[in-house]
Design a protein around this ligand. Structure first.
Ligand code: PLP
Length: 474
């Protein structure tokens, strides 16, 4: 493909993308293909001679689009959203064009400097304390996902704990086998995975359904005591702003204060992968109460904040907590800028070496929506969740399990004779392919249907028609 062929194909592709978005509501949300469908449509080997763009383009319609589950559909109410926007797509396009492996400042100064600036913008907009900003001791970094952020936090916490304990004379080899990361029975599985990868124990503190499934200070204190009595060493705690199953909000102030009174070296990580987006609105700033205790905080722009996957924003109060433990600089990575100490090399804040120019899509989206644009998007989604909630509240066959939180409604469905048909309804609705919802089980064993609004494509009429589609099944 030469430059002129690229120009023509790229224009055509933009038309195709715009049409795809315009028609999202007309098409099914869930793909209808059977497992392995693609093998029947594509050859077993790559072509020997290169093919034309027209041939490839034809296969987009024939082979690719049928296999898509349309996350941007107005009828997508499953999991949590994975928003996109046109400004973010433009950012992705330029990022791809300017591609490189910008692991250090010298590799492309703008990749590093843009990231520092837009993360400071975000920290200020969502109300993180001054100490999380780059002009102080902290700063932000874009990770590929909240799961990656959790791994970075656990590994840095583990190394910090071990290094500091060595100073007080503890044996490293003895300590390594005793370290325990702690979360609640509602925390996203990424913390458990991070503990697995980091080779540390994991302990889940039970939450009380009657207390909205929140991680509280008292049970955490008891967990610390029990674990210590078993000879184990707690070093990491994850608290959440918006857990996955029911969007629970942990009591960060209590959790932080119990961590501090127990051992000042315990690392507190806040998983706000979903809920973090709402913090841009004044009415949700209270969810940050106790944030000053946190060593790290992570939220996904790629969930509910209009930036295409991937874009997970991690902030720390002490950047040296990452760089002291993740920095390795062999001779081939040394350069004057790094040696000067005047620049950030984000390779020392993350798992991989190379990194993408993700801040470009963030910058373009922030420029073109502005704080008010984000607020409108979040509030609109919340209103739609409230609309759905008001519809089910008026019908005795629905039982709300948790009050609606942000844009998530969790409920059960009963037949006219009183039988719990929640799972059947979720399965039958999804089998129709038009709507996508999630069935989940709470930590106390209740099967629930989760409906999450959040797609910019979703209008009130889609929410009402989802409700009507459910009514037809009961
Ligand atoms: N934390 C929470 C609360 C989540 O809901 C999710 C995903 O839904 C994650 C972490 C993992 O997110 P990611 O896909 O960015 O790793």
């Amino acid at each position: 493909m030469d430059a002129e062929e690229f120009r023509k194909a790229a224009y055509e592709s933009i038309d195709k993308i715009v049409d795809y978005y315009k028609n999202l509501g007309e098409n099914n949300t869930i793909s209808s293909v059977e497992p392995g469908y693609l093998k029947a449509l594509l050859p077993e080997q790559m072509p020997n001679e290169g093919e034309s763009w027209d041939a490839v383009k034809a296969d987009l319609d024939r082979a690719v689009i049928p296999g898509l589950t349309n996350w941007q559909s107005p009828n997508f109410f499953a999991f949590f959203p994975a928003n996109s926007s046109y400004p973010a797509m433009l950012g992705e396009m330029f990022s791809t064009a300017f591609t490189g492996a910008a692991f250090s400042w010298i590799c492309s100064p703008v990749v590093t400097e843009m990231e520092t600036i837009v993360l400071d913008w975000l920290a200020k907009a969502i109300g993180l304390p001054e100490s999380f900003l780059s002009r102080g001791t902290g700063g932000g970094v874009i990770q590929g996902s909240a799961s990656e952020a959790a791994i970075v936090a656990v590994v840095a916490a583990r190394e910090r704990y071990i290094q500091e304990s060595k100073v007080s004379g503890q044996e490293e080899s003895d300590l390594r086998g005793k370290l325990v990361a702690i979360c609640s029975d509602n925390t996203h599985s990424s913390t458990e995975k991070a503990a697995k990868i980091a080779g540390v124990h994991l302990h889940k503190v039970p939450t009380d359904p009657k207390d909205n499934y929140r991680l509280r200070g008292a049970p955490l204190r008891k967990a610390f005591q029990d674990l210590k009595a078993q000879g184990l060493v707690p070093f990491f705690v994850c608290a959440s702003i918006g857990t996955t199953t029911i969007c629970g909000f942990d009591a960060i102030d209590e959790v932080g204060s119990v961590c501090k009174e127990t051992d000042s070296l315990i690392w507190l990580h806040i998983d706000a992968a979903y809920g973090g987006a709402a913090l841009i609105c004044e009415e949700y700033k209270d969810l940050l109460k106790g944030i000053e205790y946190a060593d790290s905080f992570d939220m996904n722009m790629h969930k509910w904040m209009l930036v295409n996957f991937d874009c997970s924003c991690m902030f720390v109060q002490q950047r040296t907590n990452l760089t002291d433990h993740l920095t390795l600089t062999p001779s081939y990575l040394r350069n004057d800028a790094t040696d000067s100490g005047l620049v950030i090399d984000y390779k020392d804040w993350q798992l991989p070496l190379g990194r993408r120019f993700r801040s470009l899509k963030m910058w373009m989206t922030m420029r073109m929506y502005g704080v008010e644009g984000f607020k409108n998007h979040i509030r609109r989604s919340v209103k739609q969740a409230e609309l759905f909630n008001s519809l089910i509240s008026s019908n005795a066959q629905f039982r709300i399990v948790t009050e609606p939180r942000l844009a998530l409604v969790c409920f059960q469905v009963f037949s006219k004779s009183g039988e719990d048909i929640t799972k059947t309804v979720a399965d039958t609705l999804n089998a129709g392919k038009k709507y996508f919802v999630t069935y989940a089980v709470t930590s106390d064993g209740k099967g629930i249907l989760r409906v999450v609004t959040g797609s910019p494509q979703t209008q009130d009429e889609h929410v009402k028609s989802l409700y009507n589609a459910i009514l037809e099944l009961i």
